[in-house]
Ligand binder design. Structure first.
Ligand SMILES: NC(=O)c1ccc[n+]([C@@H]2O[C@H](COP(=O)([O-])OP(=O)(O)OC[C@H]3O[C@@H](n4cnc5c(N)ncnc54)[C@H](O)[C@@H]3O)[C@@H](O)[C@H]2O)c1
Length: 325
C-alpha cells in the first residue's frame, strides 16, 4: 500500500509519518510548506512532495504519479483567523478554500485514481458549543452521537469534510473514516498555532525560563490528547481491517483544567513562574465554550485505541522530546 499523508510536516502529521515509518512504510508527505524541522529525524525515510491541497491538479498528480492507494488527510488551516468568531478577525474564504475545497480535491483524486481508503483528521469542533451536563462544571464525556452545531469556519469545514467523505463513500465505494480529536498538545504547536496554544505556551515558557501570566481561565477544563497518541490513533484507523463506523472520537476521557496543566509543568520545573487567573475561557470572552471531555469508547471497541499518555506522562514526554533535540 503506498500511503500519502497531507500536512505531514505539521504538528500532528509529523507523528503520523513517524508511526508509519515504524510500521515499515515509506510514506509520501504532501505539504505546501518547506519546513521539515518537525520531521528532521525521519526525513530520509519519507518522500516529501511540495504542493497545495487547494490545487486539484497538483493533488491528482501526486496521487497518480506515486500509485497511491490510501490517503491520510491531515492538512488544514488551524489558524486564529480560521477559528475566530470575531467578525473583524475571521476569514471564512481562506478557511473554505483550504479546508473544504482541499478535502474535495483529495476525494476527487481518490475517486479517479482508485484509492481504497481515506482517513480524515476531524475535530471535536464539529460539536460546537458544549453545554448542560457536558459543559462546565460536569464534563460528562461527549460521544459521537452528540449534536453537531459547528461555530467557526474551521469547525464548519471539518463537519463538511466528514459529510463529503461519507458521500464519496456511498457513491464511489471509497472507505472513509473521520477521526474527531480533542484538543491536542505537542512539540511545535506553539510556533504553528500561536495564541491557540495556551498549554504549549506554559510548557515552552517553563523550558525557556520565561514567566507566564494568563489573566483568566485557570478553572476552564478541556480534554487534552498528547500528539503521540494522535499518531497512534490515525495509524490504527489506517490499518484497521474493518471500519464499522464512519466517525470516531479520540481523547483521554477526562477534562483537565489549565491550572492542572500548570501543576504538571511545575513538577518538572519547580522554579517556573506561572500565574493564571481564575474562571473559564482562557482564550478570552468572545470565544464560546467548546471545551469538553471526550468519550473514546467506540474507538476502543472497534480499533483497540486507548491513550498511552495521561497529562503527567504527556508533559514529561514533551519536555524530553524538546530538550533532547
Ligand atoms: N491541533 C489541534 O488541537 C487539533 C485538534 C483536532 C483536530 N486537528 C486536526 O489535525 C490536523 C492537523 O493539525 P495540526 O495541529 O497538525 O496543524 P499544523 O498547522 O501543525 O499542520 C498542518 C499542516 O498542513 C499543511 N498545510 C496547510 N495548508 C495546506 C495546503 N493548502 N496545502 C498543503 N499543505 C497544507 C501545513 O503546512 C502544515 O504542515 C488538521 O486537520 C486539524 O483540523 C487539530
Amino acid at each position: 500500500m503506498q500511503v500519502l499523508v497531507t500536512g505531514g510536516l505539521g504538528v500532528n502529521g509529523s507523528w503520523v509519518l513517524r508511526k508509519l515509518v515504524e510500521e515499515g512504510e515509506r510514506p509520501i508527505c504532501f505539504d505546501y510548506s518547506s519546513d521539515t524541522s518537525l520531521v528532521s529525524d525521519i526525513v530520509n525515510k519519507i518522500q516529501v512532495v511540495k504542493g497545495d491541497i487547494s490545487d486539484g491538479e497538483a493533488v491528482l498528480k501526486a496521487v497518480k504519479e506515486n500509485s497511491v492507494n490510501s490517503v491520510i488527510h491531515v492538512a488544514a488551516l488551524v489558524s486564529p483567523d480560521v477559528t475566530s468568531l470575531d467578525p473583524m478577525k475571521a476569514n471564512p474564504v481562506k478557511g473554505f478554500e483550504v479546508n473544504a475545497r482541499g478535502t474535495l480535491n483529495i476525494l476527487e483524486a481518490a475517486k479517479v485514481s482508485g484509492v481504497k481508503r481515506v482517513v480524515y483528521t476531524s475535530s471535536k469542533g464539529v460539536y460546537g458549543e458544549i453545554t448542560g451536563s457536558y459543559g462546565h462544571p460536569y464534563y460528562h464525556p461527549v460521544t459521537e452521537e452528540h449534536p453537531k452545531n459547528p461555530l467557526s469556519i474551521y469547525d464548519i469545514t471539518k463537519l463538511f469534510g466528514e459529510h463529503l467523505g461519507e458521500l464519496y463513500s456511498r457513491l464511489y465505494g471509497i472507505e472513509f473514516v473521520s477521526l474527531r480529536f480533542a484538543h491536542i498538545y505537542g512539540p511545535g504547536k506553539l510556533e504553528r498555532h500561536g495564541p491557540l496554544s495556551v498549554h504549549d505556551r506554559i510548557l515552552m515558557n517553563a523550558i525557556n525560563n520565561v514567566r507566564t501570566k494568563i489573566e483568566r481561565g485557570g478553572d476552564g477544563r478541556d480534554d487534552l490528547i498528547y500528539v503521540r497518541d494522535v499518531g497512534k490513533a490515525v495509524v490504527l484507523a489506517w490499518k484497521a481491517s474493518k471500519l464499522p463506523h464512519q466517525a470516531y472520537n479520540f481523547g483521554t476521557g477526562r477534562a483537565y483544567s489549565l491550572k492542572e496543566f500548570a501543576v504538571a509543568v511545575k513538577e518538572l520545573f519547580p522554579q517556573a513562574e506561572i500565574e493564571i487567573g481564575p474562571g473559564l475561557g482562557y482564550y478570552g470572552e468572545s470565544v464560546k465554550g467548546t471545551a469538553c471531555a471526550i468519550d473514546y469508547g467506540l474507538a476502543r471497541e472497534d480499533l483497540g485505541f486507548y491513550p498511552d499518555y495521561d497529562l503527567g506522562s504527556g508533559v514529561r514526554d514533551y519536555v524530553k522530546w524538546i530538550t533532547n533535540r
